[in-house]
Each structure stands twice: as structure tokens, then as C-alpha cells.
Design a protein around this ligand. Structure first.
Ligand code: ADP
Ligand code: MG
Length: 447
């Protein structure tokens, strides 16, 4: 009988060659072979989202690969936990008392919809998870935790979940709130001695709670305690909780472990900077919303020029349209170049550039930084470089790890934590970081 692990390795090779590396890494890291028995091959998938995705996209190539290797038809079975949780939710949901003082406050912005959200490699996993939550709140991924850099569409996706859920069932009470507002309301409740009302409001009337920019709770222990109990109450009753943050739960600083732990209970997905094709699609979609159209060369120019985040892309389009209307001429390429000439994309800080600067500073070869060699003279600059990559670019942990000779993302996470911890205690390190940042920015300006 063919060896289960060996067969699985073949399957992975086939899948790898038919998809891109980032997707492969994010999806297949949670898939493990369980059993090969006669004509069945069973895999275990730790995430229902990934299980769905694999079923839709890869089932047939995987079955073909298995059948080819074994020489007879093999059926692939995907085993996924998580469904029993759903049962608990349903049981609890039926026990939920009837709603009394209904919240019809939704704070939803009807412009943020799934239909005007452009899907690309950088956000497809987040989109898929968000979409599932919108279709079936409380029963898909709970909580859903979306993280990523500024202007990459976190609030848009979160609001789209609320809008979709509300469209499906407008009896649902859906509340969108920024963490900052949540904190302010809490403080006000303490001051006006209306904490009981505040609690009642958040814990008994909400079906879908959308909390934006949860990193704002950092170091606010009283508020974290409050949110912890709100979270538990809602979650126990099968109410959907969605949170966004600028960092992954593991990277959040100043948030209690028990909360971080809950953030990771359901699904954690990240959004990265859009790639070129996605930026072009976003530009076209935005133009469509404004009733405008640009020639392809202008779109490509814009997509190359403005890379950081989608908000900046929108800003550049608006600036260009304004410029054209003042000139009273249709937008052309020359005009676009003139109008956006002062635009410097911070995206020009690349992983390579950081590695080069750190290498020069410590008189090391880039290959040393990418190696697995452990002497402190190499491992310390490597950790500094990883830290700078994380803080000066929008690249994901996995991308950074890849650029350091294909390491694991946890190595980068460890390096970032270590440098962050030392930064406040070690003056030399702090100075080195400042100098390196200055050097890196300096070389971007020269480019
Ligand atoms: P974040 O909350 O991550 O800082 P937002 O959700 O506020 O970012 O997005 C910033 C702007 O960019 C919004 O106007 C949003 O509609 C737009 N945007 C972001 N990503 C996309 C996308 N993939 N498709 C269309 N618009 C997007
Ligand atoms: Mg936001």
C-alpha cells in the first residue's frame, strides 16, 4: 500500500504548481493527511473556510493526482472540525430571551458592500471569510478577526458583512462601532453611573457586533475586562462578533492574553497590499462609481505610482479628476504625470532595500542575513532587519519570512517581539534602529 505521507507530498506538489505561493502557504498549512485506506484518502483541515475553498478549487486536481499515483480511482474526503460548535450555537440561540429594547442603530455605511469590493490575491481569504459571515452570522467563523495595514479595506469588509446580514434579515440588530467610541461610551457610563445600562445595551440586544480597530483597547485594562465579558456573553449566545485590527492577535501589544486567546477562537485573516492587477481593478471600479473612465495607460500609470493603500489610490483618482476639471480637459497621461508628480510611494521601501541597508551597516553579505547561521553577529542583524521589514513595509509575516531564505513566519514574529522588547531598554539598539531607518528612507529618496 502506498504511503499516506508520500502520496500527500505528491498531491501538494501538484497543487503548488497550479497556484501561487502565498495562497498555497495560507491554505495548505492547516491541511494534514489523516488516513489512506483502499480507495479513500482522508485529510484533516483545521478551518471550515479552507475546507470549503479546497473543496471548490482543488478537490478534483487532488483526486486526480491521488488516482494517478495509486493507479485506481481514489476519493478524497475532507474532515473538518468546527461543525459541533454550530450545534452549540443553535442550542443556545433558542434559549436567547426575546428582544425588548431593540437597537436599530446600525452605524452602517451603505456604500461598503461586497459588490463593490474588489477581490485579489491580497484579500481573497479575508473576503471569503467575511462573505460567509455575512451570509450566516453566528454560524460560520466566530469571531472573525480581520487584520492588516491602513487603508486596505478592513472597515469596508466589516461593514459589508453588516450590510449583507441586514439585507438577508432586517430583524437582526447589527451594531458597528469603532473601538475608540466603545471606550468613550464606557468612560461616560462610568462617569454617569450608567454602567448597567451600557452592559445591557451591548450584551442583550445585539446579533452582530462589528468592532473596528480593536488595537485601540491596548493598555486599557478596565475596558478590556468589559469587552471580555461582552465578548463571552455574545459568543455564548451564538451572536456574531467581528473585529478588525492593524496587527494580528499575536502581535498586538498591551492586550491581555485571555482576550488575545479569544480573538483566535474563530477565524483570523489578514489583508495585504493589493498587487498591480488588483490596483488596476480597484481604479476601474472607483471610476465606474464616479461615472468616469480612464485609458488603460493612465490606469497603469496610476496603479504603478500609487501602491500603498486603497485610500491613497482613491485620493489620487479624486485629485486627478479635480485637476482635469480645473483644466477643463479630459484626463490624459501627461496630465496624470504632472498632477501626481510629487507622489512618493512608501511602498518603494522594499524588503531587499532593508536587507541591503542592514547588510551594509553591519558589514554582512545579504546571503548571511538570509542564511540560518546562528552566531550573534549574524542573528542579531537578521532580527533587526526582520523588525524593520515588518515596520517599514506592508509585507506580511509570510512574505518577510520568505525573503529571508524561506524561513517560517513564526521566526519573524519572534524577531519582532524580541527587538520590540529590547528597544526600550537598550539605548544602542535604539540608536541603531534610528540610523538604519534614516539610511533606508535616505536611499528611497535618492531612487
Ligand atoms: P481600513 O479600514 O483597512 O483602513 P478601509 O476599509 O477604510 O481601510 O478602506 C479604505 C478605502 O479603500 C475605502 O474607501 C474602501 O472602500 C476602499 N477599498 C479598500 N479595499 C478595497 C477593495 N478591495 N475594493 C474596493 N475598494 C476598496
Ligand atoms: Mg478602518
Amino acid at each position: 500500500m502506498a504511503d499516506c505521507e508520500k502520496l500527500w507530498e505528491n498531491v501538494l506538489n501538484v497543487v503548488k504548481s497550479s497556484t501561487n505561493e502565498a495562497i498555497f502557504q495560507s491554505f495548505f498549512s492547516v491541511v494534514h493527511p489523516l488516513l489512506f485506506d483502499d480507495d479513500k484518502f482522508i485529510i484533516k483541515v483545521d478551518s471550515p473556510l479552507v475546507a470549503d475553498w479546497i473543496k471548490q478549487k482543488y478537490l478534483s486536481i487532488m483526486e486526480d493526482s491521488l488516482s494517478d499515483s495509486v493507479g485506481t480511482k481514489i476519493q478524497l474526503i475532507i474532515h473538518c472540525k468546527g461543525l459541533q460548535e454550530e450545534k452549540n450555537y443553535t442550542a443556545l440561540k433558542t434559549k436567547t430571551p426575546k428582544k425588548n429594547n431593540k437597537i436599530n442603530i446600525t452605524n452602517l455605511n451603505s456604500n461598503f458592500l461586497f459588490s463593490n469590493f474588489i477581490i485579489g490575491n491580497s484579500n481573497q481569504m479575508a473576503h471569503a471569510a467575511a462573505y460567509a459571515c455575512g451570509q450566516n452570522p453566528g454560524h460560520s467563523y466566530n469571531p472573525l478577526f480581520i487584520y492588516g495595514g491602513v487603508g486596505l479595506g478592513k472597515t469596508h469588509l466589516m461593514q459589508a458583512i453588516g450590510n449583507a446580514a441586514f439585507t438577508k434579515d432586517n430583524n437582526l440588530n447589527i451594531l458597528y462601532i469603532s473601538s475608540e467610541r466603545f471606550v468613550n461610551q464606557f468612560i461616560e457610563a462610568i462617569q454617569t453611573k450608567t454602567l448597567a445600562k451600557f452592559r445591557e445595551y451591548y450584551r442583550s440586544n445585539i446579533d452582530v457586533l462589528l468592532v473596528d480597530d480593536i488595537q485601540f483597547l491596548s493598555k486599557k485594562t478596565g475596558m478590556q475586562e468589559e469587552f471580555f465579558h461582552t465578548f463571552n456573553t455574545l459568543h455564548n449566545e451564538g451572536k456574531q462578533i467581528i473585529m478588525t485590527s492593524d496587527k494580528s492577535p499575536q502581535e498586538l501589544k498591551g492586550i491581555e492574553n485571555r482576550l488575545v486567546n479569544r480573538f483566535e477562537w474563530g477565524m483570523v485573516v489578514d489583508i495585504q497590499s493589493p498587487d498591480f492587477e488588483t490596483r488596476v481593478a480597484i481604479i476601474n471600479k472607483k471610476l465606474e462609481q464616479y461615472g468616469q473612465k480612464f485609458d488603460e495607460d493612465i490606469c497603469f500609470y496610476l496603479a504603478n505610482k500609487v501602491r500603498d493603500d486603497v485610500r491613497k489610490i482613491e485620493g489620487a483618482i479624486i485629485k486627478l479628476l479635480g485637476y482635469a476639471s480645473i483644466q477643463n480637459e479630459p484626463v490624459n497621461l501627461e496630465m496624470a504625470k504632472e498632477c501626481l508628480k510629487g507622489y512618493v510611494s512608501s511602498h518603494t521601501v522594499t524588503l531587499e532595500l532593508i536587507q541591503k541597508s542592514v547588510g551594509e551597516f553591519f558589514d554582512l553579505r545579504i546571503n548571511d542575513l538570509k542564511s540560518s547561521r546562528r552566531p550573534k553577529s549574524i542573528s542579531y542583524p537578521r532580527q533587526l532587519a526582520m523588525y524593520l521589514c515588518r515596520n517599514m513595509t506592508n509585507n506580511s509575516l509570510t512574505e518577510i519570512a520568505q525573503s529571508f531564505g524561506g524561513k517560517d513566519h513564526t521566526t519573524v514574529l519572534y524577531a519582532c517581539r524580541k527587538i520590540e522588547d529590547k528597544k526600550n531598554k537598550d539605548e544602542i539598539l535604539r540608536q541603531q534602529l534610528l540610523t538604519l531607518e534614516k539610511n533606508i528612507i535616505g536611499s528611497v529618496k535618492m531612487m
